[in-house]
Design a protein around this ligand. Sequence first.
Ligand code: CA
Length: 716
Amino acid sequence: MLNVRTLALGAAVATALALVGCSKQPGPANVDDARLLAAASDNANWMTTGRTFDEQRFSPLAKVNAGNVKELGLAWSHDFDAVARGQEATPIVVDGVMYVSTAWSKVFALDAKTGKLLWGYDPQVPGETGIDACCDVVNRGVAVYQGKVYVGALDGRLIALNAADGKVVWEQRTFEKGERRTLTHAPRIVKGLVIMGNTGAEYGVRGYVSAYDAATGAQKWRFFTVPGNPAAGPDGAASDEAMKIAAPTWGGEFWKYGGGGTVWNGIAFDPALNLLYFGTGNGTPWNYQQRNGGEQGKDNLFIDSILAVDVDTGAYKWHFQTTPGDEWDYDATNHLILADLKVGGADRKVIMQASKNGFFYVLDRATGEFISGKNFVPVAWTTGLDEKGRPAIPDEARYSVTGKPFNGTPGPGGGNSWHPMSFNPATGLVYISALETGFGFVPKTDDKQSKYTFNIGFDFAKGSLPQVPEIKAGARAGTKGFLLAWDPVNQKEAWRVQHDHPWHGGTLTTAGNLVFQGTPFGEFVAYSADKGEKLWSHSAQTGIMAGAISYEVDGEQFIAVLSGYGGALPMAAGEVVVDRKSKTNVPRMLVYSLGGKATLPQDMAVELPLNPPPATASAAVVEKGFNLYHPYCTNCHGDGAVSASFIPDLRRSPTLASAEEWENIVLKGTRNARGMVNHSEELTRDDVEAIRAYVIKRAHDALAEQKTATGTGGAG
Ligand code: CA
């Protein structure tokens, strides 16, 4: 069934390419360097995750526009068999075929016009890999090149598939088994090199990004982002010269903690300058004092930085650090966009980022020179930037130095996170999925490391959202999201659409004067790009986080977005976001066209009832459970045992009533395959029973709240 379609496509591609004269080989994913360089004018296709090397996520298509978008309807949808976890992938469309990844790094090829499944590939990532995924078992997309589809599998394998049938061509490990890293970002392919970083700065790893031969998988160069143990000497890597700049900016025995600075999301390329750009993550641990052995005044290069390297060799060209000496999880890994702007009357080649630390940065991308920076959300960690973009940091923000809690804004969720932004050359505006979050940073006094939890020098129990109604209400009110249209030349807001709730989707903008964004409630919305007027929406049942794309097949324009809710904030934030998501979670490709008449399957939303066993444990046992739950369980099951993602809400778990089944899961690994691994090396039977007692108490708290709210006073 596949081959007929493939052959037909191949013929169409061959004809099209003969016309533009840029390739000899017909066939699926027939993308080469010439096509990638000309991607901006290849209006029908979306060949790389950001559509073009400059990653603007702008579609020049305008058949769907502000005047007729109200006629947009569902053209087709496809439900993936993936387990309902967070879906963050941007699909790719080449010559009528869509390639997309889902949670657990699965890859699918679909007919982009009809939605017919052409093939699916499951890398069979071991479930226990989930424990090393800080922010859900997500995948942000694939790359295509010369007849192959490339995916970074969560467990560290970079995999090249035959685009015609999804069969594996080669696999290459990008880190050793046992290292607490994962692959989540879309590979980028530049000049025959596959660029791949990894995650893990919450677990104690040393960041790097590598380039692999797209044909064979052989490693061509590696750039470490932070120094290693000086006693081990140079790495023999592309970053050796750069590490001479970085090493003096670290204190203590930093290498014991890994250092962090992982490259897990934002990557861009300028062909004229031959420069590859990438952002780096936070230092490991977050806690500055622990990381630097108490030495003061250390910037810790190149954490939280935007770097430029020669793409052929990986040789260092420049860096800009957003948050020197960071201790607030302000990764500089957010989406990077390249654009040519007129700033102060001069033509500037810029690189832009709406960073997790709340600032919108505009840098000269040839030199790294700071052009401007302005906060786009409230910020509490700095009093402002100097003329070189360096932040002034007040003493009270240095919580690990003072030893006192600090209410940081933004929180670790960032002013924006991985959710892609988009730039529209016609309006000159950047569209940002913005977040307002506060967070209580509380330093941990010991540096005990765990193989099951974040190792960031943060006290999860003390930093837990206090279960006090007024504090809870304040935290909830202070956690918001908005769609922000930002003028990068004048560094000011053009318009915003205020959302009550946080963690909305990434954005797409088009030449039809449109911006598209999904919501946690499962609404997919079109706004006018110049004014932010809501023009159209579709009820998609499931929360949407991913960025949308637009493409054309046989002269018809389509808008596509992947639905599915999860990720870092919904997993960990508990009460703050629990009632602000859709009830359903279906991993589903949604594709729209003018006059589309398709309908979605019936919504099967169900929520398990609260049905806890009697609360019989002593207050001391519940307290012990609270202190264990927060470091070990929060990051997946949610603060205060309240799950706002689609990882089970333990208060509603049927296993809550069975000490034996509970223990089998936590200490015998009966759910390893789903990512809930055996914790027996660090937790005892008494520990696990105390955690169960705490969750039972929290279930009764929730029942009591329900009764107060409904005034029934009846049994639950
Ligand atoms: Ca981080």
